[in-house]
Design a protein around this ligand. Structure first.
Ligand SMILES: Nc1nc2c(ncn2[C@@H]2O[C@H](COP(=O)(O)OP(=O)(O)O)[C@@H](O)[C@H]2O)c(=O)[nH]1
Ligand SMILES: [Mg+2]
Length: 394
């Protein structure tokens, strides 16, 4: 598949409805089909079984309807014609339940008026010192007076930006060590509104730990929204790696995992490889929707946003301005604690950095935060070939 593509680092899925490994979400063939079926079904239900068609009033014989029957029949027919509730009560209850669930999920989206730290997305406060979002009262008051709360970095983010490892997320999928202010489950909940939004999802996967960081149940977060798959940190692959082969392998893996994506990109936020390709794909597919960068913790979401803004800043003054207040990136997972809205596009739609999803099987869940930076690869990995021992029978 990769060899058929014009660009080596951008693997687009076939946009035909033939039995492709992954069907382009923008065509949504299955969605369209089900929509037309349900429309037809509704039309049929409103027209067809008009309740007890009234027999001719001038019928004769013993089976002739009484005047009362005729009256009742007419009343029912009139009610059906006026669009009286044709749905079963269970169907109504189900609809109501779904609408309530959607309203509840959307309420979890942080209100736009709430001031959050631009580094981690935690709401700003002057309460418990050391907790995410904490700011000195004097600074808070001054910035609030000048309407500049959007430019405030919380105390924890200041430490993180100077290389300190400050943990904040605990529990199942979080990691041990330090004070844990938020649980991994609470962070996951913060993303639950997303499946009800109309958005373009950019899903990030770390090439150094592809299966571990893949975030298997992405549709739980993304709903039916289209997904662009971005593989990060390719600068860490051994020097002679054939990226076309890696691309083929990624596409095969995605097909095996039964995930529908628009395209696959191999990128590095450090060397900026492949970033331009993702930007043009996003610009083409976002269609005035918001763009959400999703992925498990530490795959490089905040670094990817920085790389995007840096690349876009050459042409886009809005992206250039957004560069000043970028989300913090750090080797400690759980840096980003709430969706961070970034004004990055000239033509409408916002870019969102999101809290990483913590997975209990990743090394961060068992290794102390202080030891994590020494385990994170800093330079290219070196390939090793081990001799294989052939066992001959007989
Ligand atoms: N070598 C390399 N490191 C990266 C890249 N992207 C991110 N990182 C590092 O991975 C760690 C996690 O990055 P971050 O953006 O904070 O991850 P997030 O939790 O997904 O937002 C940081 O130490 C980054 O410097 C990349 O493309 N190449
Ligand atoms: Mg982050």
């Amino acid at each position: 598949m990769a060899s058929a593509c014009p660009r080596p680092l951008f693997l687009s899925f076939p946009k035909s409805p033939s039995p492709p490994p992954a069907v382009p979400a923008k065509h949504h063939p299955s969605t369209t089909a089900s929509l037309s079926v349900s429309t037809r079904a509704r039309a049929a239900s409103s027209s067809a079984p008009s309740p007890s068609p009234s027999p001719p009033a001038d019928g004769v014989g013993p089976a002739a309807p009484t005047r009362g029957d005729v009256y009742l029949g007419r009343q029912l027919a009139a009610a059906a014609a006026a669009g009286a509730p044709a749905r079963a009560p269970e169907e109504d209850a189900e609809r109501r339940r779904r609408r309530k669930e959607k309203r509840k999920a959307l309420a979890k989206k942080a209100p736009s008026g709430l001031a959050c730290c631009y580094g981690c997305g935690a709401p700003l406060h002057t309460g418990e010192a050391g907790s995410p979002g904490h700011v000195e009262p004097a600074t808070y008051d001054l910035k609030k007076r000048h309407n500049q709360l959007k430019t405030v970095l919380c105390g924890r983010c200041r430490l993180l930006s100077h290389g300190h490892m400050v943990t904040a997320v605990g529990g199942h999928g979080g990691y041990p060590g330090g004070k844990q202010f938020v649980s991994a489950e609470e962070l996951r909940e913060k993303l639950s509104y997303l499946r009800h939004e109309k958005a373009l999802i950019v899903k990030l996967v770390d090439i150094v730990d592809f299966n571990g960081s893949f975030l298997a149940r992405i549709r739980d977060f993304a709903g039916a929204n289209p997904i662009v798959l971005v593989i990060t940190k390719v600068d860490l692959l051994p020097r002679d790696t054939d990226l076309n082969c890696i691309g083929d392998w990624v596409v095969e893996s995605v097909v095996r995992k039964k995930l529908n994506v628009l395209s696959v990109h191999l990128t590095s936020s450090k060397s900026l490889v492949g970033i331009t390709g993702v930007i043009s794909e996003i610009q083409q597919e976002k269609k005035a929707r918001d763009v959400y960068i999703l992925g498990s913790a530490n795959v490089g979401k905040s670094a990817f946003i920085s790389a995007m803004l840096k690349t876009m800043a050459y042409k886009d003054p809005v992206a250039a301005a957004a560069q000043k207040y970028k989300p913090i990136q750090s080797a400690v997972p759980g840096t980003t604690l709430g969706p961070i809205q970034i004004e990055a596009f000239l033509g409408g739609g916002k870019l969102y950095d999101t809290p990483g999803v913590h997975l209990h099987h990743r090394q961060a869940a068992v290794i102390h935060a202080d030891d994590l930076p020494s385990l994170a690869p800093q330079s290219r990995l070196k390939g090793r070939c081990f001799p294989t021992i052939m066992l001959c029978s007989g």
